[in-house]
Design a binder for this molecule. Structure first.
Ligand SMILES: [Zn+2]
Ligand SMILES: [Zn+2]
Length: 178
């Protein structure tokens, strides 16, 4: 939805705090013996985010009524502060990630997986903000992603990944940027 400036930038304050809190709480709970499993779980959460980002963008943002209208507004007005309110994304993470994992695997792994997935989400909102609001140097990661995402704004059937092209390559929706 269209957010106020405070609402739009709240993600960049709330998520680093939540990522650190879940990460530290999870590691403390896992103890020294669980550190390898904790690192693997965190990285697994981060990797899983890239797939979720692709699926959510392709099938939710572009197809679900109301959400689709909001996303179309972003496609038309790229600089408008359209985004998901922090309270809503946090509530979804808690209800759909943390609580089910807590029930299935216990507090430590649920906290660390949530921290990893939230890190992926913060990475995604940061990259998406920067590709629209900054002009990165004509080489490097951010420039490539800016061109990749500009192609998605021009053709809504391709380039659903924002932080990487990996899943677009896997699902054959990748189109090279012009
Ligand atoms: Zn965009
Ligand atoms: Zn889109």
């Amino acid at each position: 939805m269209l957010l106020s400036k405070t609402g739009y930038f709240a993600d960049f304050v709330a998520y680093p705090v939540l990522i650190a809190a879940f990460g530290v709480a999870g590691v403390m709970h896992a103890g020294g013996d669980g550190i390898i499993a904790a690192i693997a779980t965190f990285l697994g959460g981060l990797a899983l985010w890239t797939l979720l980002e692709y699926l959510l963008h392709r099938f939710v943002l572009h197809h679900l009524p109301w959400i689709r209208d909001m996303h179309e507004r972003h496609h038309r007005e790229v600089l408008a502060l359209v985004g998901t309110p922090t309270w809503l994304s946090v509530a979804l993470f808690l209800a759909l990630v943390f609580l089910p994992l807590f029930w299935l695997t216990g507090f430590a792994m649920a906290s660390i997986a949530t921290s990893g997935l939230m890190s992926g989400y913060l990475w995604y909102v940061s990259v998406h903000h920067l590709v629209h609001h900054r002009h990165p140097a004509h080489s490097g990661y951010l420039y490539k992603l800016k061109r990749n995402h500009a192609m998605h704004h021009a053709n809504e059937a391709c380039n659903f990944g924002v932080t990487s092209r990996f899943w677009d390559d896997v699902f054959r929706t990748s189109r090279p940027a012009r």
